[in-house]
Design a binder for this molecule. Structure first.
Ligand SMILES: [Zn+2]
Length: 263
């Protein structure tokens, strides 16, 4: 399942294909959305915003296309007029003079006004997005110590999108390894130093993944490349202490960690 960095990169691809270009054709599969088609032609996509696993496609006229891909939905970029061969069911097609973006298989799709976005049940439930550059480690620390979250175990808290949006299973294990924390801790029991380090890692690791994951070292001109230290590394020696990485299950999801240095 894609996590914040992968979803943001998919949104970047959609923006690169269509942002700022007048729409020449708009098609929705769901009859409830079809009345919006004609009015969107001639408008353009201002931006594609990610909110956890939801995507908000903002049109220049003020309306917003909300889509949540769940497990099945997938966006594709194609040349204008192209119809890819696929067994997937097309739900949305937004086309400009040269490129089109297509959404397949997603079932949660809506056209919303700004007011409806502000009241949307999913969007109002999720926390700030870790890839939102206005979010600071100080904000995250404050959130960790908020009564709503401070008594929760870290393994479950890090997957809770109402705490922070954009974290998934590989990020949770990598963040906990980075900070040397075992998964059972609660924020209220951490030292100030640990809380500080965790707040930093909760932002730095997803951002590093977004910026560098899957890219070759020669294309990165500064800083480190994102790598898995524990995820899918069962039985390999820990880079920090040499103890073997273990795999277990926590909150019903695979969990990877180093019992040697995650205390
Ligand atoms: Zn270790």
């Amino acid at each position: 399942m894609p996590e914040g960095p992968e979803i943001r990169r998919a949104a970047d691809n959609l923006e690169a294909a269509i942002q700022g270009k007048p729409l020449t054709s708009v098609w929705f599969a769901f009859p409830a959305l079809q009345p919006f088609q004609a009015g969107l032609i001639g408008q353009h996509v201002v931006r594609v915003q990610t909110c956890g696993k939801a995507l908000l496609t903002h049109f220049s006229g003020g309306l917003v296309l909300y889509s949540h891909n769940q497990l099945y939905g997938v966006w594709r970029v194609v040349k204008a007029g192209a119809e890819p061969k696929t067994t997937r069911i097309l739900r949305v097609r937004l086309e400009s003079a040269d490129k089109a973006i297509l959404l397949y298989s997603a079932s949660e799709i809506a056209i919303l006004t700004a007011e409806q976005v502000a009241q949307h049940p999913f969007l109002t439930r999720i926390g700030p997005d870790v890839l939102d550059n206005t979010l600071t480690a100080a904000d995250v620390k404050q959130r960790l110590l908020n009564p709503r979250f401070r008594r929760r175990q870290l393994d479950a808290l890090l997957l809770d999108q109402s705490f922070l949006a954009g974290l998934g299973n590989y990020l949770r294990v990598e963040i906990l390894w980075e900070t040397g924390l075992a998964p059972h801790h609660k924020p209220q029991a951490l030292s100030d130093e640990q809380c500080e380090a965790l707040s930093q890692a909760l932002l730095a690791i997803p951002r590093l993944s977004y910026q560098t994951r899957g890219r070759a070292q020669e294309n990165i001109h500064h800083g480190a490349l994102f790598r898995f230290r524990v995820f899918h590394r069962t039985g390999e020696p820990c880079e920090r202490c040499g103890h073997l990485i273990e795999k277990t299950t926590r909150t019903s999801r695979p969990f990877y960690w180093c019992p040697g240095c995650q205390k």
